[in-house]
Ligand binder design. Structure first.
Ligand code: SF4
Length: 295
């Protein structure tokens, strides 16, 4: 898998036989399934490690080893042991997990995940109503516990923390929900926020929002690098900003070149490059994504 968001990646599927997830998100790319708290037929640690070693030999250019699942990888019963083994063989590659954050409040999960270079956690909603409607978790899972868990984990994890929010039309695309999300994100202070929408056939009949809406919602999030993930972003939207306006925008809202090209008029793009040359705008990379901001 070539993930432009983290680098050339080798994916490990910890639930290869069946979907095993404690959520049943409306937007899931997998088949709808009743949420569960266990992985059916989990592979053995030794088998996973053997396959990873083989793949690393065959594809030496791999940059990231991604722990994932047909569902939720933190349900894997031997996660801590597997991570220790992967740390031994990773050979300079980065270790990443993609999790729905449902177990991040548990000490043993925090202990396992804090050893990873990159942790990407989902956070779609802040209000319990929105969370239950969109992510459809097991009844025992509560969004308040997840939020507290993410905050606690942020304090002990030395690696990169990325939070991903997926926006679904008519559900979590309301201003009030995003204002609350922005506040919580500012408290968590992740290294990067990825905001996206549905771009593959979803499990249920739900619709994506457009790029303009994603950008407008993302504007609630201040002082954090936000990357908008949208197929529609190739379409131009032309905002005409002068030098001061560009500097002001990038002070509060670092942007990717993709978003700058999608948003700015050609005159603003020209001014942006001049500011960059004058060193008034700084360029920095977070997990393979380059941002431009004023620091
Ligand atoms: S958490 Fe991921 S795998 Fe689980 S239902 Fe949601 S989108 Fe699907």
């Amino acid at each position: 898998m070539n993930s432009r968001r983290f680098g050339l990646s080798l994916g490990i599927d910890l639930s290869p036989k069946e979907k095993s997830c404690n959520f049943d998100c409306l937007y899931c790319e997998l088949e709808p399934a009743k949420p569960t708290d266990r992985i059916g037929h989990p592979p053995k640690v030794s088998d996973v490690v053997h396959q990873v070693k083989k793949a690393l030999k065959k594809f030496p250019d791999i940059e990231v080893i991604t722990i994932t699942a047909n569902g939720e990888p933190t349900l894997y019963p031997h996660l801590d042991e597997l991570i220790d083994e992967l740390l031994r063989i990773k050979d300079g590659k980065k270790l990443l997990i993609l999790s729905n954050a449902s177990r991040i409040h548990e000490k043993k999960i925090q202990h396992a995940l804090k050893k990873l270079d990159i942790v990407k956690l989902s956070l779609d909603c802040i209000t319990p109503r929105c969370f239950k409607r969109l992510d459809r978790p097991l009844k025992t899972i509560h969004i308040e516990t997840i939020i507290e868990g993410i905050k606690a984990f942020r304090k002990i994890h030395k690696g990169l923390l990325v939070i991903e929010t997926l926006v679904v039309k008519g559900i979590n695309d309301k201003e009030e929900e995003f204002e609350k999300l922005a506040k919580v994100l500012e408290e968590i202070k992740p290294d990067r926020v990825d905001i996206g929408t549905i771009d593959r056939p979803p499990a249920y009949k739900v619709k994506p929002v457009n790029y303009e809406r994603l950008f407008a919602l993302a504007s609630h999030i201040k002082n954090l690098p936000v990357s908008i993930v949208s197929r529609n972003s190739d379409k131009k939207h032309y905002v005409d900003l002068d030098e001061n306006e560009i500097l002001q925008l990038l002070t509060h809202r670092p942007l990717t070149i993709h978003d700058i090209n999608a948003l700015f008029s050609s005159n603003s793009i020209h001014l942006f490059h001049q500011l960059l040359q004058k060193n008034l705008i700084k360029k920095y990379t977070i997990g393979n994504i380059t941002f431009y901001g004023v620091k």
